[in-house]
Design a protein around this ligand. Structure first.
Ligand code: SF4
Ligand code: SF4
Length: 418
């Protein structure tokens, strides 16, 4: 246990061991030891719930350095669609572009183009498929949750790669042609709205290396956006594509009628559990986001999620379908067909197994059940484990002892003997 390979670090001096983050972790990946937080990386789905709920700002995510941009002749930044949750008109979008140019980027590629084409591909694919319920795969934490908890449902995932991966491929090809540059001289960056996408670039789910070279944090770049003087820049925005900044995009952009939209990792988990038990088989697609509200609710965004929803709808109303179609049309066949898909099969994981040896697992399971009989089973978290069962498991795995249960001690009049 510890930090997550230094992609997510803990300010130990700030952590007071209050257990807030541990209580909201959907995969029981957090423990408190010696009054400090500890992360179990193998269980983490990088949903960012812990970061959003820490009132002491004890979590630290470090983005790449801007010095990296100096390595390239041309730097392109992929504009996340969640940006439309913070701008409500073209003038404000100009300010975003100006900010990005000021940071040293030469070109901006708007990912709404990609999400719009992906929605068309999804619509087309599902018009012919009634065999099962599909799951929209644009949120990496949802895929990680399925890998961990519902691996038999991995074949329900739509096969399309993440928009920033497709966008990086497209932008590299596009600007290499425009500037007559070898693709290796072009640096591609993404501005991440959430921990989930940030980690999906640093540690891709389906391949060894991301198409994106660098990733920066949304709130680092866009805190002071209003202070920038506006100019009119050339921008290509896809009207339907920006709807994917928030939950509900399937309804707004496709002809699919049998859909279910769900946001917030715990609610998604509940829905997946029901699909797992096959009680939703008539639904064609589940649009699921780890963050409440969708990407606009990402833990690095800067605007209130409800205002963001309004801003996306407002911005979309001001865009013309014809102009949008003109932009999208030129990109539909720009890439090879395979560039739109995940590279490798996404496999399940089992970080909860007690041992590789079945007999050992059974022995440990029996011990856990024996310990559980002694514990108060009130899941108070005072021991620094997320439930009494988790404490029993931690005891069996030698991470904790029964003395960590303060309630047992108190109930038994200051003794651990029963
Ligand atoms: S929420 Fe977690 S990281 Fe933050 S102070 Fe409490 S225990 Fe520490
Ligand atoms: S990122 Fe999510 S899964 Fe990982 S430790 Fe935090 S709350 Fe748990």
């Amino acid at each position: 246990m510890g930090s997550l390979e230094h992609l997510v670090d803990i300010h130990v001096d700030r952590c007071i061991g209050c257990t807030r983050c541990m209580r909201v972790c959907p995969t029981e990946a957090i423990r408190i030891q010696n009054n400090k937080v500890n992360l179990m990386e193998e269980r983490c789905i990088y949903c960012g719930n812990c970061i959003s709920n820490c009132h002491k700002n004890a979590y630290k995510v470090t983005s790449d350095s801007f010095a990296n941009l100096l390595k390239h002749k041309l730097n392109v930044v992929l504009l996340p669609i969640s940006i439309y949750g913070m701008v409500s008109n073209t003038e404000e979008l100009n300010a975003v572009y100006q900010t990005l140019y000021n940071y040293g980027f030469d070109e901006v590629f708007d990912l709404s183009i990609i999400t719009q084409i992906l929605s068309e591909k999804t619509d087309y694919m599902l018009s012919d498929n009634n065999d099962k319920t599909y799951i929209l795969s644009q949120c990496p934490s949802i895929i990680r949750l399925i890998q961990l908890k519902y691996p038999s449902m991995l074949n329900h995932l739509l096969p399309f790669a993440f928009p920033f991966e497709i966008g990086a491929k497209m932008a590299r090809k596009l600007f290499s042609k425009k500037y007559n540059l070898n693709e290796i001289n072009i640096g591609i960056s993404y501005v991440s709205e959430c921990l989930s996408n940030f980690i999906a670039i640093k540690k891709p789910i389906d391949k060894a290396k991301s198409n994106v070279d660098y990733v920066f944090l949304f709130n680092d770049l866009f805190k002071n956006i209003n202070a920038i003087k506006n100019t009119n820049f050339n921008k290509q925005v896809a009207k339907k594509g920006i709807q994917f900044g928030k939950v509900g995009a399937i309804e707004k952009t496709t002809n699919i009628k049998e859909y279910l939209s769900v946001d917030g990792i715990n609610r998604v988990s509940d829905v997946l559990e029901k699909v797992y038990l096959d009680s939703f088989s008539h639904i064609k697609i589940i649009e699921a986001y780890s963050c409440v509200g969708g990407c606009i609710g990402g833990n690095f965004t800067v605007e209130n999620t409800y205002l963001s929803k309004w801003k996306i709808n407002h911005f979309s109303q001001g865009l013309s379908d014809e102009e949008s179609e003109k932009y999208v049309e030129s990109y539909r066949n720009y890439l090879e067909g395979s560039d739109w898909y995940f590279k490798e099969e996404i496999k399940g994981k089992d970080p909860f197994k007690l041992s590789d040896n079945i007999n050992q697992s059974l022995i440990k399971m029996n011990k856990i059940n024996e310990i559980l009989k002694k514990l108060p089973n009130i899941d108070c978290c005072a021991c620094g484990s997320p439930s009494c069962r988790a404490l029993a498991e931690d005891i069996v795995n030698n991470h904790k002892t029964i003395e960590d249960c303060v309630v047992l001690y108190k109930n038994q009049g200051g003794s651990y003997e029963s």
